[in-house]
Design a protein around this ligand. Structure first.
Ligand code: ZN
Length: 455
């Protein structure tokens, strides 16, 4: 189905910006923008049972999908994020531009089949394997952009500025050479991307306070004032300790006190915060970019969602290392981490509200803000990016409104995504991306070539 042939969709139940609507007819135009939502049938319209907004995946390093679950062998009693990172650095040296394209296609396809309709690619694999820039310094960025176009995913590209291996401007290690820029080189990269691509949202991502000095951060923020800004912050306790030693305060506190943190910022992870940082970050409007599956896989810690939401903080979710790409698992684990820590139930919802309903809405809206994508709710003027659920699933039987979201997030035994539209074009039908077979075949062929090479 293409947007030109079909501009109407009838849903027996639709989750709109202001609540659930029964018998909703959603219409959109050729540009993929919703033009109208009315109650009632249209004999020519396709029909679905349940329609919900597409979700933003606000934090992803798609190339890491190809090394998923390769660090599950115990190496020592002190395995940690840092030992996982060593493996990742070795893997990085096997990835050529065309590899990046095929891996990103697979990851984006899996995201779409999971209900994500936009992605924030936190992209730091910029240079050749020897660390020299490609003839076109944006070569690797072009591959990401092509993968998004080829899979029909709405993209917010977040080129990463990475300069140092630790606080205090420590020199990068040879394993990091593919990531490294000076400020001028990085701004040229952004310029190169802008001159080639008009149809993506372009932001930037100073990697973290350990990889970027305060002076470099100020320079970047002065040079580029448009687009979203994402930064890793307080993912690891060691990082918090090192930040306090170098800058006198923890990373989130430093950011709040030294730059103008606002809703254009996404602080990725923000796992280890003091009470005052939680309160002030929530007040700033910055989005907490939560990646519960990766944070669990890497043993990072548990974000204090109960406190952050009690201060009206905004959250979104991301698949980060892409060890799994599963929307409901991110939301479920976010809630379950709180329950296990607090020995309580239904932590991330106001009294009387559904946990699944609250988490889904918060993450869809917060994720769209973080990526500056005009989606996350179904309403006139928004992109026609939405998902229908397969209500023949046993665990969804007879459910209505938010009870559907609870059933989907907490109890479904099988993937329940039926169809997915991105900006008006249907990309997933009956659970499968329209190019599922070709994308999967290319990826499997690639894995045979690169797995274990030089590792
Ligand atoms: Zn990350």
């Amino acid at each position: 189905m293409s947007a030109k042939k079909n501009y109407n969709l009838f849903a027996r139940q639709a989750l709109l910006a202001d609540g659930w609507m029964q018998n909703a007819l959603v219409s959109w135009d050729e540009t993929g923008t919703i033009t109208n939502i009315a109650s009632g049938q249209n004999p020519g319209a396709d029909k679905v049972d349940v329609l919900i907004p597409g979700m933003a995946n606000l934090h992803c390093h798609s190339f890491q999908r190809a090394m998923a679950a390769m660090a599950e062998m115990s190496q020592s009693k002190s395995d940690s994020f840092w030992s996982w990172r060593k493996l990742m650095y070795r893997f990085v040296h096997t990835i050529a531009p065309e590899h990046l394209h095929d891996i990103a296609c697979l990851a984006y396809m899996e995201m779409l089949e999971s209900g994500f309709t936009s992605v924030g690619e936190f992209h730091y694999l910029h240079h050749q394997i020897n660390g020299n820039a490609f003839d076109d310094p944006a070569e690797m960025s072009h591959q990401i952009i092509a993968a998004a176009a080829d899979t029909g995913m709405d993209l917010t590209l977040l080129p990463v500025f990475y300069a140092h291996s630790g606080f205090g401007g420590k020199a990068p290690s040879p394993q990091q050479y593919r990531f490294i820029h000076d400020v001028d080189g990085f701004l040229r990269l952004l310029q190169q991307i802008t001159s080639h691509h008009k149809d993506i949202v372009l932001g930037m991502a100073p990697h973290s306070l350990r990889a970027v000095t305060p002076d470099q951060l100020y320079e970047l923020l002065t040079a580029r004032q448009s687009g979203p800004i994402h930064i890793h912050a307080a993912e690891q306790q060691q990082e918090v300790k090192d930040c306090m030693a170098a800058l006198g305060v923890p990373p989130v506190r430093w950011l709040l006190d030294n730059v103008d943190i606002s809703p254009k910022w996404c602080l990725v992870h923000a796992t280890h915060m003091q009470d005052d940082e939680i309160r002030d970050m929530a007040r700033s409007g910055a989005i907490a970019g939560l990646c519960p599956v990766t944070e669990a896989n890497l043993g990072d810690g548990i974000f204090d969602g109960a406190s952050f939401l009690s201060h009206n903080g905004q959250i979104g979710i991301g698949s980060d290392s892409c060890v799994r790409i599963e929307l409901t698992e991110e939301l479920r684990l976010l809630e379950y981490g709180q329950r296990l820590r607090d020995q309580a139930r239904a932590v991330l919802a106001p009294v009387g509200k559904s946990v699944g309903g609250n988490l889904f809405r918060q993450a869809a809206i917060g994720g769209a803000v973080a990526l500056q994508q005009n989606s996350g709710t179904i309403a006139p003027g928004k992109r026609a990016s939405f998902v229908s659920l397969d209500m023949t699933q046993t665990n969804l039987s007879g459910r209505k409104m938010d009870a559907i979201l609870d059933g989907w997030i907490f109890s479904c035994q099988r993937p329940a995504i039926e169809h997915v539209w991105v900006s008006g074009t249907q990309m997933v039908k009956n659970g499968y991306h329209k190019n599922h077979e070709a994308i999967t075949r290319a990826y499997k062929d690639l894995l045979k070539k690169i797995l274990h090479k030089d590792m």
